[in-house]
Design a protein around this ligand. Structure first.
Ligand SMILES: Cc1cc2nc3c(=O)[nH]c(=O)nc-3n(C[C@H](O)[C@H](O)[C@H](O)COP(=O)(O)OP(=O)(O)OC[C@H]3O[C@@H](n4cnc5c(N)ncnc54)[C@H](O)[C@@H]3O)c2cc1C
Length: 372
């Protein structure tokens, strides 16, 4: 296996770094209680103007038709700079529309997604459906050429500034589990939609999105009725290589080392030993990320390598932040410092996008054939 990038890919990285110089004031990773979307939206629009939101889209859909390695490089450098995370719209939503959408849906959404002009949030989780999405209760009842949607989603990232929600809802009977789900695109300004904040541990915001008799045209359903599970499963599979960019960890460790240096703690052999261990683990996660990228490029099934990578990377994010608190100066423990914010933010990472326990279960079943 060749872990190197091509000269063209490295040249692209240089372009990305140059681009990032204009956006170093934007922080889409650590909200520090602010969580204003304007900077991130500005970045997405600028990426859209350069064609960088559609790097690996097929040319027939207006993309650049490049290798997923370009997307990896882009979002890895964005993570090191902490500028922005990959948006759902041009990633997961667009790729699902290419596979499962109608021509009308593609022509309505793909150009605006590619240009970074519209934003989507992901409406999967509910109060009683998170790890097990087959229990989703938000209901879409058919009424001639519309669905009438009632229910509530929770933990929805970015719903307070998105234009549409990519909604997983029940169109079959409640006990139909994954066989009775459908995906609808719902404009967030539809009558009957309300969005309210759920404050997060890192001072940011997730959302509750409520649907009260919301009317959605049947033409906004992606895939067949009751075939939503296939749509969301295949959509999850295509974006794995950019969801947890490993350079975020390298940056976290760099910041912790800098903080410990300022606190005069770097001479302590116990500190040095812990930092060396963390540095080795960062390199391990980078290797896992590249192995995952290799699987995505070759079109191999990537659920298991993605689970290894997500698990190792997000647990490590917590351990790096923890070292900053444990070995830092007394100031590191004060509420609102960089070190303390990094730790609070790292807690969220092992939950969003699938919990560590669920990742371990997936590896146990699919890699080792174990059953509970
Ligand atoms: C920062 C952040 C952003 C998020 N953004 C979104 C978003 O944009 N859209 C969206 O739809 N959701 C979002 N979520 C929700 C996220 O997907 C869910 O929180 C996650 O899937 C877990 O579901 P849950 O919270 O219902 O916990 P539960 O599924 O109820 O799990 C509770 C506990 O039980 C454990 N558990 C559950 N099932 C198993 C199992 N089979 N084996 C072993 N242990 C198990 C879990 O690990 C956990 O410890 C976000 C969450 C966070 C933290």
């Amino acid at each position: 296996m060749d872990f190197g990038f091509t000269p063209e890919e490295e040249a692209f990285r240089a372009e990305v770094l140059e681009f990032l110089d204009n956006y170093r004031d934007v922080n889409g990773y650590f909200h520090r209680g602010v969580n204003t979307p304007d900077g991130v939206r500005r970045v997405y629009r600028a990426l859209g103007d350069r064609g960088w939101l559609s790097l690996s889209w097929p040319v027939e859909f207006g993309g650049a038709g490049r290798s997923p390695a370009y997307e990896f490089i882009l979002w890895d450098e964005m993570a090191y700079a902490r500028v922005a995370r990959p948006p759902m719209g041009p990633g997961l939503v667009a790729k699902a529309l290419m596979s499962h959408g109608t021509d009308e849906q593609r022509s309505r959404f793909l150009t605006e997604l590619r240009r970074g002009r519209i934003n989507f949030c992901l409406g999967y989780s509910e109060p009683d459906a998170g790890s097990d999405l087959a229990t989703v209760r938000t209901r879409a009842r058919r009424d001639r050429d519309e669905y009438v949607v009632d229910g509530a989603k929770c933990w929805t990232s970015n719903a307070h500034w998105s234009d549409y929600i990519w909604l997983l809802c029940r169109t079959g009977t409640q006990d139909s589990r994954s066989r009775g789900l459908s995906v609808l695109i719902v404009p967030l300004d539809s009558p009957g939609v309300s969005v309210s904040p759920i404050p997060t541990l890192d001072g940011g915001r997730l959302n509750e999105v409520r649907f009260d008799g919301v009317r959605v045209p049947v033409g906004n359903r992606v895939g067949d009725e009751n075939e939503g599970w296939q749509v969301v499963s295949s959509a999850l599979a295509v974006e794995r290589h950019v969801q947890f960019p490993p350079k975020r960890l390298r940056r976290d460790l760099h910041d912790v080392v800098t903080g410990l240096e300022a606190a005069g703690a770097l001479g302590d052999p116990v500190v040095r030993r812990r930092l060396a261990e963390l540095a080795v683990r960062v390199a391990e996660v980078e290797a896992l990320a590249l192995a995952l990228l290799g699987e995505v490029i070759s079109g191999e099934p990537s659920a298991v390598p993605a689970a290894y990578h997500k698990l190792a990377g997000t647990v490590l994010a917590q351990d790096i932040a923890r070292a900053g608190l444990e070995f830092g100066s007394a100031e590191a423990l004060v509420k609102g410092t960089d070190a303390e914010f990094m730790w609070r933010q790292s807690i969220l990472e092992t939950i969003g996008g699938g919990t560590s326990e669920v990742m371990r279960g997936l590896i146990a079943r699919q890699e080792f054939g174990l059953r509970a």
